[in-house]
Ligand binder design. Structure first.
Ligand code: DX5
Ligand code: ZN
Length: 232
């Protein structure tokens, strides 16, 4: 599915990094049934980040189980050689890390040339001045609020000011601000108030639930959404 018309309404994007790796298709169906807006897919190469998850084949396998937006986060370097594979696997958004290589403008152009939405992820140590000349080449900027590689980490509060400054820099351009890492009912309002609209949450969504008992997924998603919307 292509992205719906641009909106800054709060969207909850559970990360399947916290899902049951033996049951991805059922987990994607469960989180969407329980209210997920996007499905966040964390691709890790064991080189750009100290963890290894899955590749294009897994993304293609889960695509039929996702009715909504498949939001692929590439924590890989180099990235350009793999963009087509993730586009063909069915990603709707393909996000590359600014830190993954020397030619980020070309990477974003390559993503857009596949017809997909282009995302740009910034590690906690990367300042927003790095995106000043890219605002018309991206559809989403992902502000990492943990150091990438693992779920269940602690939210890095210093990034909230970065979100606020980024929101001002974006102005009325149709560019999503996505927050990734340590999003909970406590931290969601902070980033929503600062101007974020896509909230990735892995451990905070999957905690307490399972494919057999998905109701906690719905309660967790609803609680994060409610906390974020109350702050906007
Ligand atoms: C970390 C990933 C995040 C992570 C979020 O490198 O990019 O998407 O899965 O997990 P939580 O929400 O548990 O911090
Ligand atoms: Zn991610």
């Amino acid at each position: 599915m292509a992205l719906p018309v641009f909106s800054r309404a709060i969207k909850i994007a559970p990360s399947i990094l916290s899902a049951d790796f033996a049951n991805f298709g059922a987990e994607c169906r469960a989180i969407e049934d329980q209210g997920a807006d996007w499905v966040h897919v964390d691709v890790m190469d064991g080189h750009f980040v100290p963890n290894l998850t899955f590749g294009p084949a897994t993304c293609a396998a889960i695509r039929p189980h996702i009715q909504g937006v498949m939001d692929v986060h590439l924590m890989i370097a180099p990235v350009d050689a793999y963009i087509d594979a993730y586009a063909q696997a069915g990603a709707d958004v393909i996000t590359a890390h600014l830190e993954a290589g020397p030619h980020i403008h070309r990477t974003l152009q390559a993503i857009r040339n596949t017809g997909k939405k282009a995302g740009l992820a910034l590690n906690p140590g990367t300042g927003i001045d790095a995106v000043a000349h890219l605002l018309d080449t991206v559809d989403l900027i992902c502000v990492m609020t943990v150091n990438p590689g693992f779920g269940g980490q602690k939210f890095i509060h210093s990034q909230v000011d970065k979100v606020r400054s980024l929101r001002a820099m974006i102005g009325d351009r149709p560019v999503h601000i996505e927050i990734d890492g340590g999003v909970t009912v406590e931290t969601a309002p902070l980033v929503a108030a600062a101007g974020a609209d896509v909230l990735v949450a892995g451990s905070a969504v999957f905690k307490g639930g399972s494919v057999a008992d998905p109701a906690p997924y719905g309660a967790n998603i609803a609680a994060i959404r409610k906390a974020a919307e109350a702050a906007v």
